[in-house]
Design a binder for this molecule. Structure first.
Ligand code: GLN
Length: 447
């Protein structure tokens, strides 16, 4: 049925970069076989799902939606893919994204446009736009995305589905092609908080292949979803509702706060001062790390290589000049500049200080509150090309999501209403590190 949905809808939606029909049917048959024999099955076994194309999969392409990795096949599976296979997931294929996960609309994909299933004149968000669109259009039961500065939460909000960015270190990054290693985290997207919790439980495992991987925790779905909101203390940062926010988004989030109050939570307005500096700090840190991480794409080891070179220097230059798109080049240039001697202290070092300030402010907040309520994005899904004029305009849309990555915290994006064009509005719940249970329980109660 899911393969049929892909066939009938994906020509218009464009969520998939690769559909693995044969292997999907083979794994579905294997699950059937196990069921017939009465073998024990994982609760998620047999569920058809899809994977963002920056997560390495053996036997399928992994392109990061870049010309640089056109036709590239990873020789190994990412840890999350191994866990999916152990659970007998049915992998339907790989889904579209902004090139190397840089962007917020999936318009930066080298291969194709992905349309928002709610209104196909609008973007699905990004960078995990294919992951969100596939879930929204019933072309996967759930998907995996990656979130460096909002890329799971914002597309989930634009397409009206649920997305979780776990605490940094909860899900292994081994086999996730790095954008900014200190911020990147894989996260699930699904139709409900319950679904997302089940996928999170399957993937949140210690992994010795990722040196930042946290310890194993005993997670039960009951514990993840069962906490009562009654008596919980909720912070509502006033700084999140000042300028530049679509009025309907503001109203829907403030209404959500009232809903939590009616369920017995105590909601209080708070100030978050360092938040103003989060966006520039994020773009410096993420670009600095990207400039280093993407140095490996040089035409020697992976993917694309220019045809036209006389020297090794020319091989590097032309391969990178031809293989990377505009946004990726912009970030590499910005990052290289920020890290260069003479500017290091003025930019990178300063950004790290802001990072510490933001972390400290959140830590203090969480001494008094169980979670923070915020919008996911200042607006609902916009039309194609609308934010394409200046890159900074697109960057401004990340204001509510990047602080969470900077501080390594978990963030959950759930629907809290619709604007006058019937576009979904996202509500973000931000929690203490390693306290996904509070977010998921509160989200579950709200839903
Ligand atoms: N929109 C942000 C950026 O372009 C976030 C991307 C992400 O989380 N991968 O960097």
């Amino acid at each position: 049925a899911y393969l049929d949905n892909i066939k009938s809808q994906d020509e218009v939606i464009g969520a998939y970069l690769h559909v693995a029909e044969e292997s999907a049917i083979a794994s579905a048959n294997r699950v059937d076989e196990k069921r017939r024999k009465g073998e024990a099955l994982h609760p998620l076994s047999g569920l058809p799902m899809a994977i963002k194309d920056n997560i390495c999969t053996k036997g399928m392409p992994t392109t990061c939606a870049s010309k640089m990795l056109e036709g590239y096949q990873s020789p190994f599976d990412a840890t999350v893919v191994k866990l999916l296979k152990e659970a007998d997931a049915v992998v339907l294929g790989k889904v579209n994204m902004d090139e190397f996960a840089m962007g917020a609309s999936t318009e930066n994909s080298y291969y194709k446009k992905t349309r928002n299933p709610v209104d196909t004149d609008r973007v699905p968000g990004g960078s995990s736009g294919g992951s969100a669109a596939a879930v929204a259009a019933h072309m996967a039961t759930y998907t995996l995305g990656s979130d460096t500065g909002g890329s799971v939460r914002q597309p989930a909000s634009f397409c009206g589905v649920v997305g979780l960015k776990p605490t940094y270190g909860r899900i292994s990054r081994s086999g996730l092609i790095a954008f900014a290693s200190s911020l990147d985290q894989i996260g699930p997207l699904g139709r409900s908080v319950e679904d997302v919790a089940a996928v999170y439980k399957m993937l949140a495992k210690h992994d010795e292949m990722d040196s930042t991987s946290g310890p194993d925790e005993a997670l039960s779905i009951d514990a993840l979803l069962g906490k009562s909101v009654k008596g919980m203390r909720v912070a509502l940062p006033t700084a999140f509702f000042s300028e530049g926010i679509q009025i309907e988004v503001k109203e829907a989030v403030l209404h959500a706060a009232k809903v939590f109050e009616s369920m017995g939570a105590i909601v209080e307005e708070v100030s978050l001062k360092a938040i103003d500096a989060a966006l520039p700090a994020y773009y410096l840190i993420s670009s600095a790390e990207a400039s280093s991480n993407l140095a490996r794409f040089d035409g020697v080891k992976y993917g694309y290589r220019t045809d036209d070179f006389q020297s090794i220097e020319e091989l590097y230059k032309r391969t990178r000049g031809e293989g990377f798109g505009r946004e990726v080049k912009r970030r590499i240039l910005l990052g290289t500049y920020a890290l260069s001697s003479g500017y290091y202290d003025a930019y990178y070092q300063k950004a790290l200080k802001i990072r510490t300030m933001i972390l400290r402010e959140y830590t203090q907040l969480f001494e008094r509150y169980d979670f923070v309520l915020s919008p996911v994005a200042p607006s609902t899904a916009f039309k194609f090309g609308e934010h394409g004029k200046s890159p900074v305009e697109m960057y401004l849309g990340d204001i509510y999501t990047v602080p969470v990555n900077i501080a390594g915290l978990p963030g959950l994006s759930i629907n809290c209403g619709f604007d006058q064009n019937h576009m979904p509005i996202g509500l973000q719940l931000i929690g203490k590190a390693h306290d996904e249970a509070t977010l998921l329980s509160a989200g579950f109660a709200f839903e």
